[in-house]
Design a protein around this ligand. Structure first.
Ligand code: M6R
Length: 361
């Protein structure tokens, strides 16, 4: 069932252009947004997004999208904190629960807490028959297909795609997006499977870089804006399957502490598309290089032309319109974790101490 791949994770990473295409056909048929009628963001004061692990990082990316594209205040929290905090919830709000399995105990408990408090509960799930899907007012399938590897990959990018469609719908409902801008965003989203195929072409290069990464004790991931949560996701992926200690930081936080960790032995992976914050991220990257940190810069052609000097290595991604880069850059982040784990000889699909679905608190 691994279709010739050595691990399910490799197969699931490679499947992303196809499953993303399926999700696009569902949510953007004929290039138009297609979301359930009841999902009307017009009169909301707030959104709350709750999840665990990788699904939480998808929510963290989406927060940038809902705020920027729809002007909608957006709270995010990990379910294990949210449920016991028992936060006040505005009635004019939606609570959105993101879960691959739809069975994560803390996320389900958070949903049950919200039922009577908010206007609508919304599930973004891979398993449409799951508890979370059944108990929410509206359930949106991510259409990733069965995900076997404990490390979530294709579910993450499909979660992002569904959340992107929701953020655009929110922007339209609230009159925050001009029609021409909407068209541009939809065109970019529809181009993603093709761009992902190009990104997957970096596999061999990444396999070579992973030989060095596999020797590291600690690895840092840096990103800004919506690339910050992707840095967190890259670090989570790497630590769960390669057992190397990894942390993600917002680039601008570096000088508030983590820069003390930098020396020749610490690879630093910088996720930096050539966007409006690029120069700021590059100056953080230069601070790392000045302390002999080994930088792997992942950027597009423009970014690499401007900032490759002094880096240990670079990876070239196709360029992609600003807010959507995390969907594309998930691919090299996943491949880096995968090949580093393979180089270390760990059990990639069944990493120690982890379960695919966490149904205990
Ligand atoms: O099934 P869920 O999406 O609710 O699972 C949430 C987390 O347990 C999950 O994303 C976990 O962090 C993965 N192992 C990450 O790769």
């Amino acid at each position: 069932e691994k279709a010739g791949y050595k691990h399910f994770m490799a197969k699931e990473i490679a499947e992303q252009p196809v499953v993303l295409g399926d999700a696009l056909r569902h949510y953007l048929p004929n290039g138009q947004l297609n979301l359930p009628e009841g999902l009307d963001f017009t009169d909301l004061d707030r959104l709350t997004l709750v999840a665990c692990g990788t699904a939480f990082y998808a929510c963290s990316v989406a927060k940038y999208w809902f705020e920027q594209l729809a002007g909608l205040p957006c709270e995010i929290d990990v379910a294990s904190e949210f449920r016991y905090r028992e936060p006040p919830m505005p009635k004019r709000s939606f609570a959105i629960f993101v879960s691959q399995s739809g069975e994560t105990a803390d996320t389900l408990a958070a949903l049950r807490y919200c039922h009577e408090l908010v206007a609508k509960t919304v599930a973004v799930v891979n398993v449409p028959t799951s508890s979370i899907a059944r108990e929410c007012d509206i359930a949106l399938p991510i259409l990733a297909g069965v995900e076997v590897g404990v490390a979530s990959t294709k579910a993450f990018t499909c979660q992002l795609l569904v959340l992107a469609a929701m953020a655009l719908k929110a922007g339209v409902d609230r009159g925050h997006i001009a029609p021409a801008d909407l068209d541009e965003h939809l065109t970019t989203l529809r181009a993603l499977p093709g761009l992902m195929n190009t990104a997957l072409g970096c596999s061999e290069q990444i396999e070579k870089l992973a030989e060095r990464l596999a020797e590291a004790q600690d690895i840092l991931f840096l990103g800004r804006g919506p690339m910050f949560p992707l840095a967190l996701e890259g670090a989570l992926k790497l630590k769960e399957i390669s057992y190397i200690h990894a942390e993600g930081y917002a680039s601008g936080e570096l000088k508030h502490g983590p820069i003390a960790l930098i020396d020749r032995s610490v690879p630093v992976i910088v996720l930096a598309p050539h966007d409006r914050l690029f120069d700021k991220t590059v100056s953080n990257m230069q601070e790392v290089m000045a302390r002999h940190g080994e930088v792997l810069l992942i950027s597009d052609g423009k970014g690499l032309a401007a900032a490759s000097d002094g880096t240990w290595a670079t990876l070239k991604m196709p360029s992609v319109a600003e807010p959507w880069a995390p969907i594309l850059y998930a691919v090299p982040a996943q491949l880096l974790a995968y090949y580093t784990a393979v180089a270390k000889g760990t059990d990639v699909d069944q990493p120690r101490n982890l379960a695919k679905s966490v149904t205990v608190e």
